[in-house]
Structures are given as C-alpha cells and as structure tokens.
Design a protein around this ligand. Structure first.
Ligand code: ATP
Ligand code: MG
Length: 416
C-alpha cells in the first residue's frame, strides 16, 4: 500500500480530472459507495473459484461477528447499491465511480495491495451499441492523456451461459489430455472452473492455453451476431483491435463482450483497463434480469504510462509567489493577496508566510515553480507599487502600481 506524495499527485490529478470531464461529456453520473461490503457479496458475484475470492481478499469479522471484506473491485458493490435503491428498476443508468480497491496480491511493480480504479457501470442496455460507447470513451481518454500510441485493444466474446457450459466440456476434454503438464492451480481448476485455466498468468502454461479450442467457435447465435456488430462499429470508428479468444477475464460474472486495453511498456502487468458485459449478475444477486456492462482502469498503471513532456504540469503550479520583505509589507501583503483572489478566481497565488530574508524568500519563490514573483518591500509599500520578477522568462524586473496588478495577472491566469 503506497503513499502518494505532493510531487506525484499532479499526475494523478491529471488522470482524474480528464476522467471526470470525460464522464460529464458522455452523460455518466457519479456514485460513491462504501469500501467494505459483506464478504458474501463478493463470493456470490466475483465467484468462489477465482484468484480474488480464493486468496486475495482482506476479510475480517466486525464486532457483530459479520464477515466483511475490503472491496477488491467496484462492480459487486455497485449492483448491490443499485438493487437496494431501485436505481435500475425499468431505467437505463450510466454511472461512474472511483476509489481504492484492495487485494492481498504479491506486491510488485504495477501490482499493489491498495490500488485505485476509475470505472463505469451501465444498466439496462443489452449492446452492442453501448459496448462500443465504452470502448470509444476509453479510446478518447487515452488520446486526452497522450498515451493512445502505447495501448492496444483486445476483445473477445464469452457468449451466453449455455454456450459457455457447452464449451466447458470441450475445454475440459482438451485439458485432460494435457493434465500432466498443468500446474497445480490449473489442475485444481480443471474440476471447479476450467475457463479460469485460460486466464493463467504462468508462462509455463502458455503453450497449453494457446492450443486450447477457441471459445469463439462455440458462441451462440445471438452472441455471435452481437460480437460481429460490435466489430463493425469499431471498424467504422477507426478503432484498431485484435480478437483474443483466450481473453476470459479473472472474474466469474462476465458474459458476451469482454475487452482489455493492454500495453507492452509495463512488463508483466500490462492490462491498464478491463471490462465487459455481466448480463446475469443482477439476477444472480436477487434482482430481475437487467443487462449490464462496465469497465475499470487502474490509475497506478496509467500514471506510469504518462509522458513527462506531454503533461500539463504548469496547471498544478502557482502562477505567482508573493514575496513580503519587512513587517509592514507582511501585514499589507495578506490583504493584497485576498483582494487579488477576489478579483481573479483562477489565480493560483502562494503568499509567503513566516518572514525571512528577501533572498531566502526569492529562493522559495523559484522553488515553488511559480511563473512570477510579486515583490512587496518597504520601498514598494511607500509608493503603492509592487515589483514583478519573471522567474521563467528572460525579461527585466519591473515595478508597477498595485492598481495595475489585476490586468497584469489576468493573462497569466488564462494561460494555464
Ligand atoms: P491483472 O490481469 O493484471 O491481474 P485483473 O484482471 O485482476 O488484472 P481487474 O480486476 O479487471 O484486473 O481490474 C482492472 C484494472 O485494475 C487492471 O487492468 C489494472 O489496471 C488494475 N489493477 C488490478 N489489480 C491491480 C493491483 N493489484 N494493483 C494495481 N492495479 C491493479
Ligand atoms: Mg488480477
């Protein structure tokens, strides 16, 4: 579990603010849900025989003896809340959320025990139009973050529950032929959840996985038609993708369309965003059947992908640093700063506090990343003036009447 420091938070804020703007642009509304839920909810939705439920959940008994778990993902809680509050009763809902998730995994680069997701869940639409919308949205986000050239899209269809059941037998027959080569996890899953074998991260299993019969060949007609339509929608929009028949996702609730955005730049932890349809989950959790689809992206991995020189870092630095030399200036300066903030709501102004020499204040001004130092000393006070030093430009220092300051700062505020 990591701390996020002030040096790194601008990257996170950039991802989060672009995401928030994207959600508004597509008409998705935010929900905020508890971080703990009953353990049972995750067992019933994610599935008993999955990595998450078998070995990754932070589960504890609270004072009532109820078994609770820190949420390992957002979809289960969202469906629970949607049912509880009637959000999905005879209506379409486009929702988004963000926040920490918890999985007791082996920590490594790109894989943490507390990590952060941004996601969407859509209820009441059977696709494939909405499936395409989710993919368009994420593609747009990559463009806005400047990482579109680093990620590629993989899609697959898991078909209906019946199609998967039929496929399961074919797959099990194939895996039995290779039983001796299976690792312990896969051998166990052969009996409990054979599709999960296709999701194995063990490199030694990759040949067997690659040789397995394809789920796509076993699709039911409706799923096949929906998948073909999705492909046409992506083609028409110029979105590149590859069909990966081994893409099964690590959670049980998925059906039909599944997709992942992957990158080659983060080593083994290459999935930055993953999603798919979960048409059976609402009913499974006690509601009437409601088609649904969602995705979640991991902020840690996205932040890793950001290019330093494409980042609008200036947005997260002050425009100006107010240097206050002498007691009189310090008293007047705080008032002046408030006036400037009243006049220019966009202004990011750091006011020097704590006294100190002019020289040390100028050093702090520079280190703050501000574009300008505004200098108020005794001389300036006497003339109702203020000094302006351009910290990032080769431009002579000037002294102007304080009354002109708004006009000078307005374009600086507008620039970043
Ligand atoms: P992986 O295949 O990498 O284990 P997953 O299939 O378990 O991923 P999901 O549950 O679909 O991942 O979560 C969606 C996204 O959340 C992932 O693509 C990834 O960006 C992020 N994510 C998942 N687990 C972690 C983790 N332990 N640490 C950091 N990010 C994570
Ligand atoms: Mg995982």
């Amino acid at each position: 579990m990591n701390d996020l420091g002030p040096e790194d938070s601008p990257r996170w804020q950039f991802v989060e603010s672009e995401y928030r703007a994207l959600m508004a642009a597509y008409g998705y509304r935010e929900i905020r849900l508890p971080i703990v839920e009953k353990t049972e909810l995750f067992k019933r939705s994610i599935g008993e025989v999955t990595d998450i439920v078998e070995k990754e959940m932070y589960t504890f008994e609270d004072r009532n003896g109820d078994s609770l778990s820190l949420r390992p993902e957002g979809t289960a809680g969202c469906v629970r809340a949607a049912l509880q509050h009637g959000w999905i009763h005879n209506q379409v809902q486009r929702l988004w959320y963000g926040g920490p998730m918890f999985r007791h995994e082996r920590p490594q680069k790109g894989r943490y025990r507390q990590f952060h997701q941004l996601g969407v869940e859509v209820f009441g639409l059977a696709g494939p139009d909405i499936d395409a919308e989710l993919i368009f949205m994420t593609a747009r986000l990559w463009r806005q973050l400047g990482i579109a050239h680093k990620v590629r899209l993989e899609i697959n269809s898991l078909g209906s529950a019946e199609a998967r059941r039929a496929y399961r037998d074919t797959l099990v027959a194939y895996l039995r032929e290779h039983e001796a080569e299976l690792d312990a996890d896969s051998r166990r899953r052969l009996d409990t959840n054979p599709l999960r074998v296709l999701d194995s991260k063990n490199p030694a299993m990759q040949d067997i996985v690659a040789g397995a019969p394809s789920l796509l060949g076993a699709l039911d007609t409706e799923s096949r038609q929906s998948f073909d339509s999705l492909r046409r929608l992506l083609d028409a929009a110029g979105i590149d993708y590859s069909v990966n028949p081994r893409l099964v996702r690590g959670l049980d609730y998925y059906s039909r369309t599944v997709f992942e955005w992957v990158t080659e730049e983060l080593g083994a932890q290459g999935t930055v965003c993953a999603g798919g349809r979960y048409d059976a989950l609402v009913e499974q959790l006690g509601g009437r059947p409601v088609p649904a689809i969602g995705f979640a992206l991991g902020i840690e991995r996205l932040v890793e992908l950001l290019d330093e020189d494409r980042l609008p870092l200036a947005r997260y630095r002050p425009h100006a640093y107010l240097v206050l030399a002498g007691e009189q200036a310090a008293a007047h300066g705080l008032r002046l700063a408030e006036q400037l903030r009243d006049a220019l709501p966009q202004l990011r102004l750091l006011t020097h506090c704590g006294g100190g020499s002019f020289k040390s204040q100028m050093k702090k001004a520079d280190r703050s990343g501000a574009q300008l130092a505004l200098i108020l000393g005794e001389e300036e006070m006497a003339r109702n003036a203020i000094g302006i030093k351009y910290l990032r430009e080769d431009r002579p220092q000037e002294t102007v009447p304080q009354a002109q300051l708004n006009d000078i700062l307005a374009p600086v505020c507008a620039s970043a």
